[in-house]
Design a protein around this ligand. Structure first.
Ligand code: 8YV
Length: 318
């Protein structure tokens, strides 16, 4: 009999879906209207879970899966999984570590360039057929902020932070960073205090895990970043105090923001919709064919390893 898998979020790559369905009995929890009833019906037989980084799995759901052996996260963040509870129960949790680093770093730089160069505003200008109507070409669009050479402050010098730094350095950007401690193996300046890092930066790029860093980007940090500064978030929405960010943008206390993640996805603060100085994405940093295929293959490998009694690559509960 095929092991039963509870699927908590969709998998967008057909070949991965096919392999999953060929090897396991897949129970698409995320599609169910009555999730509690679905768990009552199938929970007792579930041996594996597939979920997304942002979705994770609650302790309450795990508690209803008495035979659960493995949670394979189709993402790198495990902040939405109760790891202590999983460890206590001997449930293996794995993440797709390393598979999405390049894409997330690419999007961070893309968001910053789009934001400070006003790409979306200028795109809307052309689409609205305003270009040929204006006497002075580009007159209604303010001049942009140069990206090359910007002082970049990276919050979290893990895999993604490092990949962002390599890219920004290629644009001639001086790099500083903050983390729990200085890293001996990176050539960038360490600034222990986040407010000080913001003060020294033209753009802050968030690449930190959210587990113990909820709301670290607040009014104080944003004011230190200042009215010429940009905030880019490709990590987790809850690193940012969202009302503080909205107020800072509304009042021109920072220059702009590029956001791929939000506190309560898919809800986005409505005030952002009409702002020209923000670029918004629906949590898409890892959403390329190549990366999602790699991630899906890692999920399949994690399930196979765990059911064979081996430790999956990307295991975070060892
Ligand atoms: C993914 C993420 O979009 O990796 C993560 O932790 O949040 C995202 O990159 C998500 O996990 C896709 O399922």
């Amino acid at each position: 009999m095929k092991p039963e898998i509870l699927q908590l979020s969709p998998i967008l790559i057909a070949s991965v879906r096919e392999k999953l369905a060929a090897t396991y009995t897949v129970r698409p929890y995320y599609e169910q209207a009555d999730k509690a009833a679905y768990l009552r019906e199938h929970g007792a037989n579930i041996r594996g879970v597939v979920t997304g980084g942002h979705t994770g799995i609650t302790r309450e759901v795990m508690a209803q899966l008495p035979k659960l052996e493995v949670v394979a996260v189709n993402g790198v963040g495990t902040d939405a999984v109760d790891l202590a509870y999983a460890r206590d129960r001997g449930i293996v949790v794995s993440a797709t570590i390393g598979a999405l680093t390049e894409d997330v770093a690419d999007l961070a730089i893309g968001l910053l360039i789009a934001n400070c160069r006003g790409l979306c505003t200028a795109d809307r200008f052309v689409r609205a057929d305003l270009w040929h109507q204006s006497k002075t070409p580009l007159a209604p669009i303010p001049l942009a902020r140069q990206f090359s050479g910007m002082r970049i402050g990276i919050v979290g010098m893990g895999r993604v932070g490092r990949a962002v730094a390599v890219r920004a350095a290629a644009f001639g950007c001086p790099i500083s960073y903050t983390d729990l401690q200085a890293m001996a193996d990176v050539p960038y300046s360490f600034v222990a205090d986040l407010v000080e890092l913001a003060r020294q930066s033209d753009a802050l790029i968030l690449a930190a895990a959210a587990d113990k860093a909820e709301g670290i980007i607040d009014a104080k940090v944003l004011d230190a970043l200042g009215d010429q500064g940009y905030l880019i978030n490709v990590a987790r929405g809850r690193l940012v105090n969202e009302p503080d960010l909205v107020a800072a943008l509304q009042q021109g206390r920072i220059a702009g923001a590029g956001l791929d993640v939000f506190v309560d996805e898919p809800r986005v603060p409505e005030a952002l919709y009409s702002m020209e100085n923000v670029v918004l994405q629906p949590h898409r940093a890892s959403a390329t064919e190549q990366t999602r295929t790699r991630m899906g293959e890692m999920v399949l490998a994690s399930l196979a390893a765990a059911f064979a009694g081996q430790q999956p690559v990307g295991c975070v509960t060892a």
